[in-house]
Design a protein around this ligand. Structure first.
Ligand code: PLP
Ligand code: SF4
Length: 338
């Protein structure tokens, strides 16, 4: 029998994932020390760090190989000097999202679905992030301001799906998440909530019993799109979190970004699709990188991306081939390249 006094005390302790979140690696020197890399062999950009600080959860760093500058996970978090390159066509707001921002925290670009920026921050800073210049200050509404977003959704009977994005929507507490889901479930015409999150990959401990309970209990259909770019990101804790989500009725998909020297190899992309499917996750989108300032060193040309798709088609069943897409401002949905 659990001692009731002890369990009350324990319920006031931060969850394990929150402890991990409050102990992120933010100092490049510490990161290099853990990875047994010599800081003198590769400089990093102070300007890049200032614009978008280093943030890396320890369970993610555990999956990076030691003493390898070319590790595909390290490259995703390393503030490289190349971020300072000013490349033509790369801007801070390539998606022109502010044009589709009718109330704080809500983007309405495509018919039938709206996107809510449910959290103003992420558990990791991915250097290729298309939202690295996003104004989260004006897009992280308080509870009262959420009412405007709910009213907007409620007033448009055509909206059937709400996409929780961010930042990372799972960076908020279970209590806040459950409140948000409860509010959405009260909007009668909504059928589906979709969660776009990198947390199941970078801090799989985030998939708590409480979160699973609220996902299982909502009347809404729950879709989760995890953001995994490389099969090396999948370890046993991650795949266990996938199993738990599936067991609680969550439909799992994956979205990757095609990134130079991270996953722009047919072999890696094929391996990723197979590894995900082994744990009941279906590939959804393979995104062309957006032309965001500071991310040019990740850019992959259309021709190369199409060739990679061809190799995937040749090697995989159709259901394991993601859609190669790009976001073009003003289009009615993502634009398919292949
Ligand atoms: C990508 C995106 C969606 C979802 O598009 P799907 O093709 O349904 O995945 C919805 N709203 C916004 C603002 C988006 O950027
Ligand atoms: S988790 Fe997504 S939104 Fe957050 S930094 Fe990474 S790419 Fe950007």
């Amino acid at each position: 029998m659990a001692n009731p006094v002890v369990s009350i005390i324990q319920s006031n302790l931060p969850e394990k994932w929150q402890e991990i979140l409050s102990d992120l690696i933010t100092d490049p020197k510490e990161l290099l020390q853990i990875l047994q890399l010599d800081p003198d062999t590769r400089p990093y950009s102070l300007a890049a760090l200032k614009q978008f600080p280093l943030k890396a959860p320890r369970p993610y760093v555990d999956r990076i190989a030691k003493a390898n500058w070319d590790d595909p996970l390290l490259r995703q978090i390393w503030p490289a000097v190349e971020e300072e390159n000013n490349l033509q066509g790369f801007t801070s707001n390539p998606l022109e999202e502010d044009l589709f921002n009718p109330v704080p925290g809500l983007l309405h670009k495509y018919q039938g679905r709206v996107l809510l920026t449910a959290a103003p921050h992420c558990a990791i800073h991915c250097r290729y992030c298309f939202r690295r210049h996003f104004d989260y200050q004006t897009n992280s509404p308080s509870r009262a301001q959420w009412d405007a977003a709910f009213a907007y959704i409620g007033s448009d009977p055509g909206i059937e799906e709400v996409i929780l994005s961010g930042g990372d929507p799972l960076a908020i507490s279970d209590r806040q998440f459950s409140w948000l889901l409860g509010q959405l479930a009260q909007i009668p015409q909504l059928t589906t909530v979709r969660i776009h999150s990198r947390l199941p990959i970078v801090i799989p401990q985030r998939i708590t019993t409480e979160l699973l309970r609220c996902l299982a209990e909502t009347r809404l259909k729950v879709v989760m799109v995890v953001h995994c770019n490389h099969s090396q990101e999948l370890d046993r804790v991650v795949t266990h979190s996938f199993s738990m989500l599936t067991e609680h009725g969550v439909k799992l998909f994956n979205q990757s970004v095609i990134l130079k020297d991270v996953n722009n190899s047919a072999q890696d992309l094929i391996q990723l699709s197979k590894a995900l499917f082994a744990h009941d996750v279906l590939p959804y989108y393979l995104h062309m990188p957006d032309q965001v300032a500071g991310t040019g060193h990740f850019y992959v040309k259309d021709r190369e991306a199409r060739q990679l798709m061809k190799a995937m088609h040749a090697a995989l069943p159709g259901y394991l081939v993601p859609h190669l897409v790009r976001e073009i401002p003003g289009e009615l949905g993502k634009t398919r390249l292949a």
